[in-house]
Design a protein around this ligand. Structure first.
Ligand SMILES: O=c1[nH]c(=O)c2nn[nH]c2[nH]1
Length: 295
């Protein structure tokens, strides 16, 4: 047998950092979960029980906290690039670092119409994601994203003219509820190294905000003929918004809400245009995926 592939590290490194602005007494907080996976000349630790090549995963956890103390942790694309570059530069036998960051939401409270200096709330399960691969001799490959952004519209969604055969029972619909949990990511053109990431650092927050706004806007405004068509348009608009983005992925579950026929109860109308009470379905769910790239 032979070792075909190997990478190892520490997963679920939970990290919080506060930035204190002494002048305004305003705090800004960041919370994230980090995964570090390293690749390189580490085969003998698997094949020969030779641990001389092993940077302990505990040391990777320690390093993550030290780098967070000594460097900015926002935007997550920058911190991931700093962290990964550290490992590749520090250990000559490590040639690739895969850094994943899942950033959680702490949104500043507004109290008496004013942003509060040090109070925040978790407004939703939505996360901001970064996957950065720091590859010695190649550069830094970054995928940014959003996940678990749960949305619903109560109309403005249709689905008809699909295949009808002996397997089909789904009725055609011209007015339906549409709900999904947005997983979207956008792949940046490869950065030459950490300096290039720093040069373009403003683009990461900008593009995250733009991707989020495009998603909300198209979801709300489109008279959606299908999940497929609406997500394709979202991908097109993100590409148009940021020339440095080379590809956009969407993965959208279709979270169904079924009509409930109550006509057995004294003819109570609750279907079609009279539908008001629905049964939200936890499973099964549609799952629609796409990748949109440049021509
Ligand atoms: O938007 C939709 N796309 C589909 O492919 C599908 N299949 N059932 N319902 C659906 N809705």
């Amino acid at each position: 047998a032979k070792l075909a592939a190997a990478r190892y590290g520490k997963d679920n490194i939970r990290l919080y950092k506060v930035e204190r602005d002494e002048a305004t007494k305003t705090h800004t907080v960041y919370e994230m979960t980090v995964c570090v996976l390293l690749e390189g000349e580490i085969d003998v630790s698997y094949t020969k029980a030779d641990n001389s090549v092993v940077v302990a995963t505990d040391s990777m956890k320690n390093t993550t906290y030290i780098m967070a103390k000594q460097n900015p942790v926002h935007p997550p694309e920058l911190f991931a690039s700093i962290l990964g570059t550290h490992f590749v530069n520090t250990y000559k036998h490590i040639h690739t670092a895969h850094i994943t960051i899942v950033q959680h939401r702490w949104t500043r409270m507004t109290i008496d119409g004013k942003p509060h200096p040090h109070s925040f709330f978790r407004d939703g399960n939505e996360k901001r994601l970064v996957q950065a691969d720091i590859i010695e001799g190649k550069g830094i490959e970054i995928k940014s994203g959003i996940s678990d952004l749960l949305v619903l519209k109560s109309t403005g969604s249709e689905f008809h003219h699909f295949v009808r055969d002996e397997f089909t029972t789904l009725p055609e619909v011209w007015d339906r509820i549409l709900s999904t949990s947005v997983d979207a990511n956008w792949k940046w053109s490869t950065f030459a190294g950490l300096d290039a990431v720093k040069k373009h650092v403003a683009k990461f927050d900008e593009t995250w905000a733009k991707a989020r706004e495009i998603t909300f806007r198209l979801f709300a405004l489109e008279e959606s003929p299908s999940v497929q068509n609406t997500m394709y348009k979202m991908g097109e608009q993100i590409l148009a918004a940021q020339p440095m983005v080379q590809a956009v992925d969407y993965s959208l579950p279709n979270k169904h809400y079924f009509e409930i026929d109550l006509s057995w109860h004294h003819g109570l109308k609750n279907t079609g245009k009279d539908a008001e009470v629905y049964a939200p379905q936890s499973d099964p769910n549609g799952l629609i995926k796409c990748t949109v790239t440049r021509d």
